[in-house]
Design a binder for this molecule. Structure first.
Ligand code: SF4
Length: 312
């Protein structure tokens, strides 16, 4: 079956073996982050909509989950902000009612958590992973380039309120950009608000794939260690570089299709693709060569190696 709304399973650095659900059209987001691995936002908005009929998503999920695949998480993510979808609450409930053995995660930029309807929609999820990279307005605008309808104060209040209402786990991502949100003042502000949000885990992350803007550089291990010491919070961890974490891969049903779907959403190395599909790297490279002959496959060299991607 051709899949339009679900993708993977992929080997996620933060969630292990994860089946992705994409509820919004490509690069529909409240932000246009300088570090976005999916490229520039094409539709920046704060308006929540039903982008696709939920029956399409249910059909794909039912088809895929009928073989009871081994997954660590089913994750709302993809190439935009999933809480912009008015269907997210309904789809989470569908999963919890029909496939209760799977854990459900939501990767969100957190920008709509000031909206009580969004907070209510996320309540049945097992884990919510919002991003917060600064408490300084100027830095917030530089990093995320938000829609004018978004306020940093609203996000901070929304995160604290969500913690009070939500009994699942909150894993807060702090995205580090050297020289942008790494000063003592920045870190002191983050430390204060993290105490108020009280997440179960705090995950320090940094650029791991090609981003959108040249001023976004990855933080090195020494910088991440320094920030970890400065923030001094027991539940803080540094997200490992992909794919050093050992993942149990299984052979993809249709590896060519899976590779195509992954590269449409974000740049990946041949190693990333091998880890997600269970194929040998040489087999992945062969598929990439064949794809390059018929598609506009782009390649970019970064610290971690050659990244392959499509731009639609
Ligand atoms: S990184 Fe996430 S929040 Fe930022 S523009 Fe990309 S999809 Fe949106």
């Amino acid at each position: 079956m051709k899949r339009y709304h679900i993708f993977g399973p992929v080997s996620s650095r933060r969630l292990g073996r994860s089946l992705g659900i994409d509820l919004v059209p490509f690069k529909t987001c409240t932000y246009n982050c300088g570090y976005c691995e999916c490229g520039a936002t094409t539709y920046r908005t704060t308006r929540r909509e039903i982008f696709f009929p939920v029956t399409e998503i249910y059909t794909e999920l039912t088809d895929f989950l009928s073989s009871s695949p081994s997954l660590d998480y089913i994750t709302f993510s993809g190439s935009g902000e999933p809480t912009l979808s008015l269907s997210i609450g309904e789809v989470i409930r569908f999963l919890k009612d029909n496939y209760p053995s799977y854990r459900v995660a939501v990767l969100t930029n957190g920008s709509l958590l000031s909206d009580p309807d969004v907070r209510r929609d996320l309540l049945p999820a097992d884990v919510v992973l919002p991003t917060l990279s600064t408490t300084v307005k100027q830095t917030f605008v530089k990093i995320h380039r938000p829609d004018p309808g978004i306020s940093l104060e609203g996000i901070l209040t929304g995160l604290v309120q969500f913690r009070q209402e939500y009994s699942g786990e909150i894993w807060l991502e702090v995205f580090i950009i050297p020289g942008i949100n790494t000063s003592d003042e920045e870190l002191a502000g983050l430390r204060r608000i993290i105490k108020d949000i009280n997440p179960n885990r705090i995950q320090l992350n940094t650029l791991d794939r090609p981003g959108t803007e040249k001023w976004v550089l990855p933080a090195n291990q020494m910088e991440l260690d320094r920030i970890q010491r400065m923030l001094d919070i027991a539940t803080l961890e540094i997200v490992e570089s992909y794919p050093s974490r050992t993942q149990k891969s299984s052979y993809a049903e249709d590896p060519v299709e899976q590779i195509y779907e992954m590269l449409k959403r974000r740049p990946c190395t041949a190693g990333d693709l091998a880890s997600a599909t269970g194929l040998h790297t040489l087999e992945v490279k062969k598929i990439l060569r064949e794809m390059a002959a018929t598609h506009d496959l782009l390649v970019k060299r970064e610290k971690r190696g050659l990244f392959y991607y499509f731009r639609e």
